[in-house]
Design a protein around this ligand. Sequence first.
Ligand code: CP
Length: 294
Amino acid sequence: MAAGFKKELISPAPSFKASLSRKRIALVFFENSTRTRFSFDIAARNLGAATLNFAASTSSTSKGESLSDTIKNLEAMQVDAFVLRHPSSGAADLITGITDKNVINAGDGSHEHPTQALLDMFTLREYFGTTKGLKVVIIGDVLHSRVARSNIYGLLTAGAQVGICSPVTLMPPDASRLGVTLFTDLDQAIAWADSAIVLRLQLERATGGYLPSLEEYSVHYGLTDERLERVQKHLLVLHPGPINREIEISNHVADRIQPPGYSKSMLLEQVTNGVAIRMAVLETLLGTASAPLS
Ligand code: CP
């Protein structure tokens, strides 16, 4: 379904059936977002749905209203689905106990970001033809990353081999039980992999005792042309964004979408794919066809 939506999306004059024309979708964001929020908004509007944009800073949350009361009040306005981003792990699961409406997790704390993983897997499958047997290494702050967790579950389910590469301080304590290959040496990790998902270094952690310094992190875990050339490896590079240029990824690696070079960046392709994937998610949950994702 997402592939069909993407084909139309990138056509010169996109036209979609307004299959969700009577639906109201609340985009409830308690954390900042550019990609996820706008792509859900565009996806919903493409399908004819109305969107309600909630931002914590301009809502009655700033007067102390709870998450539960916020959801109940929006539901009373006859909202059909909630897209929730929240800093607390488990927030999306919590509100499924408060409302009977559809709840889509748009990122909860350091727990999960399922639609990001779906769009990452879609991007990989589009490029390689399949994710089965593909070797994907996730590089960086895996410990705090909801993107990493959802991708590990999703990619393993889809038959990929998954590696994680990070300093030991940023490895999840249960890493050895996740069914992934562990690396602390980035050269070894990229020599192993077909593709890399580079994670945003959460700069607020840099001073929290997890890292000696940003410079040292960049030297050992930054993905650069020089490193790829040294390892003689062509790598398909993904990153969920936002990126810290010249920290976890060099400008050249982030921006190179054409040869020559040892990398191909999918960063903006991922963003386009995010709209198609979120259209497919909304159509599957709220449309009449209720077709499975493909
Ligand atoms: N990838 C991602 O979740 O980006 P945003 O925080 O901009 O939504």
